[in-house]
Design a binder for this molecule. Structure first.
Ligand SMILES: [Zn+2]
Length: 623
C-alpha cells in the first residue's frame, strides 16, 4: 500500500438458484455469487451467494475486517444492509449478527442462499472517522463507474475459504471490466453478463474489478501484458495519454528486477476523484499479486499526476517481491477477521518503498541530486514519528496504539532502514551485494506459496550475510536506537549539510506553508510538522496557528488567494499584520516581511572522497 499526502490546498489554487446444485455439499459446490450492477437501488448493489448444502445447524458468514496490505481494521461488513438468509422455499431463516462483520445463520441445513445490499465507501469517506482508504474501498456510481474491491462485496462462510468461487456480474451495457480475475467464456450467457472464476476466497479479493466506459491501453513489458484502465469523471485523462510514462517506468522496473518476478499480466486500475465531498479522498494505491488500484485527484496537472503514478505504481509493482513473494505465515494464512500481524513491515513496505526510489536512479529516470533529495525528505518526514520505537514491535502491533499512529513511518524510516542496510551490505561485500540481491536470494528460497516463520527471518538474513548485519538489526530494527544516517552516508562519501534556500512567502516551490481546513469553513492554518521559512519564523508564527486576518482582511480560502498573488510583489520592507488564533488565544504578529529563506538539510558529496568511498557509491547507485 502507499498513502500519498496530496496537499489539497495547492490543487485548488493552482488548478438465481438451481435446486440441483443444492444437492452438492458445501465442500464440493462452488460458491455461486451474483452481483447486480444494473439495478442499483438507492446507491446500493444487491449481492446474493448460493453455497452448497450445509450439514451443520448453524453457520457463520463473514465479510473481512481487514485485508492484506492495509494494516488497519476497516470492518467492511459495516457497509452491508438488508442481510437475508433464505431456505429452499424462499422463507427467511433466523440470522443473528454478532459484530460488524459476522452473521450467524440458524437452521443452516435448509439454507439455500443469502442476499444483502452493499453501500459503497467513497460516498461516506469524508463523514466517518477512520474511513476506509480509497484504494481499498468501493465505489457505486450507477451506469458510470464501479470500483469492486471484492472484499467489500463478497464474503465467505466459516471453514470454506478454500472452495472455488464463481461470480456472475450483470453490468450496464456501456461498461467493461478490467481485472486480473479469470473470466470464463460461456456459450449462451445472457447479454451484459460477465462470469469470473477464482480457486479460493483469497483469489476473489486479490483481484479487484473496475467497471467503466472503455478507457484502457495495453502494452507489453517483456513477457508481461500491462493494462491501464482509467476512470476520469470529467474526461480530463485517457489511458493513452498516461500510457507512455507508465511504459517507460515499468520497463525500467523490469530491468532493475531482472528475473525476480513471474507475473504475465498486470492491471492498473486508476480511479480519478473529483474531490467533491461525496467522492474518494484517500490518495495512493493498494497492491495485489497481479494488479493495483490507484486513486488520485483528477484535478492534478498532467506532469504531477504522471509523477504520482510513477511513484505509486512502481511501489505497488515492487510489492510482487514482498510481501507477495516473500512473506511470513501470518500473511500466507491471512485471517481476514482476526488478523495476526507480522514483524516485518520494515521489509513489506520499507524495502518496497526504497526500491521504488533506488530503481529510478539505477535506471536513469532521476539523477543523483533528486535521489538524495528524496532520501533527505524521508529523513525529515520521519521526524514526525517516534524514532525510538522498535520497528518489529511496531509492526507486530500495528493495529493498536501507540503503534498505529506511527504506521506511515514505514514509508519514511522504513525506506531509510533499507538504505542503511543496502550501504552496509555493499560495504561488507566490496560493492557486490545489496538489498536487491538479498531479496532475490529470499525469493528463491521462499516464493509465493512458501512462507517463512516470522521470528526466524532476521536470523536467516544474518546467516546469509555478515555478523555486522546482526548488529544492525538488533540495534536499529528490533532495538530502538535511532539510526545515525550520517554514519552510513559517510561510507559512500556523502554528508548532510544545512544550507539556506530562498522560498516564497507562502510557498516553498509548489509546497505551501499553509493549508485549508475544509471542515471549519475553509479556514487557513500554518502547517504543522514542517520546517517554516524565515517569514513565518521571524513573525513568530507557529505550526497550527489559524490565520484570522492579514492586514485587517479576514482570511479564508477565497481571501488568501489574492494575497498569495500579491506576495510575489512584496519587498523586504513591506509591513504585515497577521492575527492568528493559537489555542484559546488570539495573537497579533507584526513586522517586515523580509526576504523569505528556508534552512534545508541536503545530502551532498564530501569534499575529500577516497577511491573506496567513490567505488562504493557507484556500486550502490548504479547497481
Ligand atoms: Zn505498499
Amino acid at each position: 500500500m502507499k498513502k500519498l499526502i496530496v496537499v489539497f490546498f495547492l490543487t485548488i489554487i493552482v488548478y438465481g438458484c438451481g435446486s440441483s446444485k443444492a444437492l452438492l455439499s458445501v465442500e464440493k459446490a462452488p460458491m455461486a455469487v451474483s452481483i447486480d450492477l444494473v439495478n442499483v437501488n438507492d446507491d446500493k448493489v444487491l449481492v446474493s451467494i448460493d453455497p452448497g448444502a450445509f450439514q451443520e445447524d448453524m453457520v457463520s458468514f463473514y465479510i473481512p475486517k481487514t485485508v492484506p496490505g492495509t494494516y488497519s481494521e476497516d470492518n467492511y461488513g459495516k457497509y452491508l444492509e438488508g442481510f437475508k438468509a433464505l431456505d429452499y422455499k424462499g422463507n427467511e431463516l433466523t440470522v443473528n449478527k454478532t459484530d460488524d462483520n459476522t452473521w450467524n445463520i440458524s437452521n443452516a441445513r435448509s439454507l439455500d442462499r443469502i442476499s444483502y445490499y452493499v453501500n459503497d465507501t467513497y460516498d461516506t469517506e469524508n463523514e466517518v472517522k477512520d474511513a476506509v482508504f480509497s484504494p481499498a474501498g468501493t465505489n457505486i456510481l450507477a451506469n458510470e463507474n464501479f470500483v469492486l474491491n471484492l472484499h467489500g462485496f463478497v464474503g465467505y462462510f466459516k471453514g470454506l475459504k478454500e472452495v472455488p468461487y464463481v461470480l456472475t456480474v450483470t453490468r450496464p451495457s456501456g461498461l467493461t471490466a478490467t481485472t486480473s480475475l479469470k473470466e470464463k467464456e460461456v456459450e449462451g450467457l445472457a447479454a451484459n453478463t460477465d462470469l469470473f472464476t477464482a480457486n479460493r476466497y483469497f483469489e476473489v479479493i486479490d483481484n479487484p474489478i473496475q467497471y467503466t466506459e472503455p478507457n484502457t491501453e495495453t502494452f507489453q513489458i517483456k513477457d508481461i501484458a500491462v493494462t491501464l484502465s482509467v476512470y476520469s469523471p470529467n474526461g480530463t485523462y485517457t489511458a493513452s495519454t498516461l500510457k507512455d510514462r507508465m511504459q517507460e517506468m515499468m520497463t525500467a522496473q523490469k530491468a532493475f528486477l531482472g528475473d525476480i518476478d513471474g507475473t504475465k499480466e498486470y492491471n492498473i486500475l486508476l480511479y480519478l476523484s473529483t474531490m467533491e465531498p461525496s467522492d474518494a479522498s484517500g490518495f495512493g494505491a493498494l497492491e495485489h499479486h497481479t494488479s493495483t488500484v490507484v486513486v488520485l485527484p483528477e484535478a492534478m496537472p498532467q506532469d504531477r499526476l504522471e509523477q504520482a503514478m510513477v511513484d505509486v505504481v512502481s511501489h505497488e509493482f515492487f510489492h510482487i517481491v514482498t510481501p507477495l513473494n516473500i512473506h511470513s505465515e501470518e500473511i500466507q494464512y491471512f485471517d481476514f477477521n482476526d488478523p495476526k500481524m507480522s514483524e516485518h513491515l520494515w521489509m513489506y513496505e520499507g524495502t518496497t518503498e526504497y526500491f521504488a526510489n533506488i530503481f529510478q536512479i539505477q535506471q536513469g529516470l532521476i539523477n543523483e541530486e533528486e535521489f538524495y533529495k528524496r532520501m533527505m525528505d524521508k529523513t525529515n518526514n520521519a521526524k514526525a514519528y517516534d524514532d525510538a520505537m522498535s520497528f518489529t514491535e511496531m509492526s507486530k502491533n500495528i493495529l493498536e496504539e501507540p503503534y498505529e499512529k506511527n504506521y506511515a513511518n514505514v514509508y519514511e524510516k522504513g525506506a531509510l532502514i533499507n538504505m542503511a542496510l543496502d550501504i552496509l551490505l555493499r560495504e561488507q561485500s566490496n560493492g557486490e551485494k545489496g538489498v536487491l540481491w538479498l531479496m532475490k536470494e529470499l525469493s528463491k528460497k521462499y516464493g509465493k506459496m512458501t512462507p517463512f516463520k516470522d521470528d526466524e527471518l532476521i536470523d536467516e538474513i544474518v546467516a546469509m550475510t555478515y555478523p555486522e548485519v546482526r548488529t544492525f538489526f538488533d540495534t536499529h530494527v528490533i532495538g530502538n536506537t535511532p539510526i545515525d544516517y550520517g554514519k552510513f552516508l559517510a561510507k559512500v562519501g556523502l554528508t548532510v549539510k544545512t544550507i539556506e534556500k530562498e522560498s516564497g512567502y507562502f510557498l516553498n516551490g509548489e509546497i505551501p506553508f499553509i493549508d485549508v481546513n475544509q471542515s471549519e469553513g475553509n479556514s487557513i492554518f500554518v502547517r504543522k510538522g514542517i520546517e517554516l521559512n524565515s517569514f513565518f519564523n521571524d513573525l513568530g508564527a507557529k505550526g497550527g496557528d489559524v490565520i484570522k486576518s492579514i492586514n485587517d482582511t479576514s482570511i479564508n480560502l477565497e481571501a488568501i488567494r489574492p494575497i498569495i498573488g500579491q506576495s510575489f510583489q512584496w519587498n523586504p520592507e513591506t509591513e504585515i499584520k497577521m492575527i492568528v488564533q493559537r489555542g484559546e488565544e488570539e495573537i497579533t504578529l507584526e513586522g517586515k516581511v523580509g526576504t523569505p529563506v528556508l534552512q534545508v538539510e541536503t545530502i551532498v558529496p564530501m569534499e575529500n572522497v577516497s577511491p573506496k568511498q567513490e567505488e562504493l557509491r557507484k556500486a550502490w547507485l548504479k547497481g
